[in-house]
Every structure is written in C-alpha cells, then in structure tokens.
Design a protein around this ligand. Structure first.
Ligand code: 2P0
Length: 332
C-alpha cells in the first residue's frame, strides 16, 4: 500500500512536559501524563507517488510554511530510510478544530502523520514505534498515539538519538469521568513557540532547577491519583503542575498569560469556593482548560463563558488514540 489516511486527537497534559534533556534527540527532561480528547481531530493522508519530484505538504488547504514543511519532510525521511522507500510523498492534513483554539495541533498533527506515513510506506510498526517516531517531531505527539490517560517518561539515562522513547497508555478513556472545558481567550501578542519557550526557561529561569526537581514528584502523585480514580486529587495536582511550569517560565520572561487567563483562573477559584470542584491547566498560550466532573460541566461551562475575555468554551471529553481510516481516499 502506498497511501494511508490517519485520524488523531489533541491531548492535554495533566502533568506537564516543559524542557528537553541536553544532547541530541528530542527527549523530555521531565515525565508527563495527558488525556487524549475526543471530538477534535486531525485527518492526515500520506501518499507516496513516483510522479512527485518533491514532498508536497498541504495543511487546511494551504501549502505548509517553511518550518512546518521541513519538520514534515524530516519525519518522511525517517520513514523512507526505515522502509527503503525512494518516492516523495504528498501529505494532506486537515484539523476540524480551529488552530487558534488553544489546543496544540502539533500533537494530533504529528501523531496522525506518523501513523499515516508508516502505513503508507508498508511498515507494520505497532503503536510503540509509531509513538517514538511522533516524539521525534513533537514530544507531545507521542502521547496522542494512545487514547485515554497516557504517560511519557524521559528515556534511558544518557539517551542517544537512536534510543527509543514512546508513550504508554495508563488508563482507558472511561477510567476517570472527566470533562475538559477548553476556554478560548482573546489572543494577546503572538506567543513564544513552545520549543523556544522551554529552551529559554531551562537556560534562563532562576527556578528551572526547582521545576525540574518538582515535576517528577508531581507526576508520580498524579499518576497514583489517576489510578486511584481520585478526581479531586487529579485536579489539584494538574493545577499545581501547570502553575509550577508557568512560574518557572515567567521568571525567564516567557509569559503566556494575559488578563483573560487571570480572569479565568479567578473564576475557577470562585467555583471552588462555592463548592464546585473545578481545576485549571494552561499550556503554551493564554487559554485555560478547566477540569471538572461531567455532572458539573454545564455549570462550569456557564461560569467560564461569562468570564470577561473568554470568547468560547469547547466541552471536550477523554477519547481514543490515533487510528487508520478504512478508506484512504476519503475527501479531506
Ligand atoms: C505538554 N506542552 O506537556 C506541554 C505543556 C505545552 C505545555 O508539549 O518542542 O509541541 O515540539 O517537543 O510537544 C507543547 O510542546 O514541543 C507541549 P516540542 P510540543 O503538553
């Protein structure tokens, strides 16, 4: 087969990855734990074609920018080398959620690309190797290969580029009833890209050491809380992880928050004071994702929607991992 279509979903980290290990390869400095979200998807088709002189990349109907194009070609080159494939490829990808939704499209994007490209090249790799391939393009993409609650470690000591590091499923999507309310805030000035933001944090923040020490502890406690089905504890630890990550980044001048972010955080705190368990997490942008019990999701959604600076709220739930579509020719 030289054509395949894959579907993958974004994920939200409950314990955050922020910072890479020194040296070659894209190895995270800290472990992370995420939940893959249903209802939002990237569809990506890869077709190897001997008629193509160069790789062609089309994202949401437009030619990919130079940086995206080269990241896609890098992944295709790894697949070609592994499969002995000489042909160039056409990659067509579409997100069914707006890129400005505050959900990282690189996670679902590179997860879908890794799965579609390996399948189109005839490699029968299984999710572990596909997750490792996705990680080499974007660390968070390794986690979107799996559904439900997913963990990613840091790899072997003194990891070399050739070492394998894949995400691992921890618990199924229905293990812990959870709503993830994605509060899309007014966009501020253009954010610093996450790779650059984490590099600056590790190099310049007086608190980077504190973050690197604390993150694995938070991760272990969060992992135990997920396994114990303890929503309250999962929420508290997820918020603590996000705040610690941002505190460390802010001290390096890497500030993703806007006024709307603080307003949303204050609504989450008010909800808790009124007796509704709700917890916030924030990624490399101004948007706030609120964790609540499904039974409280309507009330939490209304409160978040009424918060100044919150433009809209997407109600997302835990979902499945990346899959191949049965018909690779489906219209994108
Ligand atoms: C995460 N983020 O764990 C963290 C929390 C953002 C904040 O992973 O440099 O696209 O390509 O490996 O995975 C976003 O960064 O970064 C991210 P690279 P990635 O979800």
């Amino acid at each position: 087969m030289s054509e395949a279509l894959a579907v993958a979903h974004p994920n939200v980290a409950l314990s955050k990855y922020w910072g890479k290990r020194p040296g070659d390869g894209r190895f995270p400095a800290v472990p992370s734990l995420s939940v893959t979200l249903a209802g939002l998807a990237t569809h990506t088709r890869v077709r190897f074609d001997r008629g193509l002189a160069d790789d062609r990349v089309v994202l949401d109907g437009l030619a990919g920018d130079v940086r995206t194009h080269s990241r896609v070609v890098e992944l295709l080159d790894r697949v070609r080398a592994a499969a002995g494939e000489g042909r160039r490829a056409e990659v067509v990808s579409r997100n069914d959620f707006p890129t400005a939704s505050g959900l990282a499209s690189s996670a679902s994007g590179f997860a879908a690309l890794a799965l579609a490209a390996t399948c189109a090249a005839g490699l029968d790799w299984g999710p572990h190797r596909v997750s490792d391939l996705a990680r080499r393009s974007s660390v968070s993409a390794a986690r979107s290969i799996y559904g439900g609650f997913v963990e990613l470690g840091v790899g072997p000591p003194a990891a070399l580029e050739r070492d394998v590091l894949a995400a691992q499923p921890l618990a199924a999507a229905d293990h812990l009833p959870l709503a993830v309310l994605v509060c899309v805030t007014t966009e501020g000035s253009k954010a610093i890209g996450s790779s650059e933001g984490m590099r600056m944090t590790i190099e310049r923040s007086p608190y980077s050491r504190a973050w690197l020490d604390e993150a694995p502890r938070l991760h272990q406690s969060l992992r135990a809380a997920v396994l114990a089905n303890d929503f309250q504890r999962v929420g508290e630890l997820a918020e603590a992880s996000a705040l610690a990550m941002h505190a460390s980044a802010i001290a390096a001048g890497v500030i993703y928050w806007t006024g709307a972010t603080l307003q949303a955080l204050s609504t989450v705190r008010a909800l808790r004071q009124e007796g509704t368990p709700a917890f916030a997490t924030i990624d490399a942008g101004p948007h706030v994702k609120v964790l609540s019990r499904p039974a409280d999701a309507g009330r939490v959604r209304d409160a978040m929607q009424a918060t100044p600076g919150v433009e809209r709220v997407i109600d997302a739930r835990p979902g499945e991992g990346a899959t191949l579509a049965s018909d690779a020719r489906e219209t994108l």
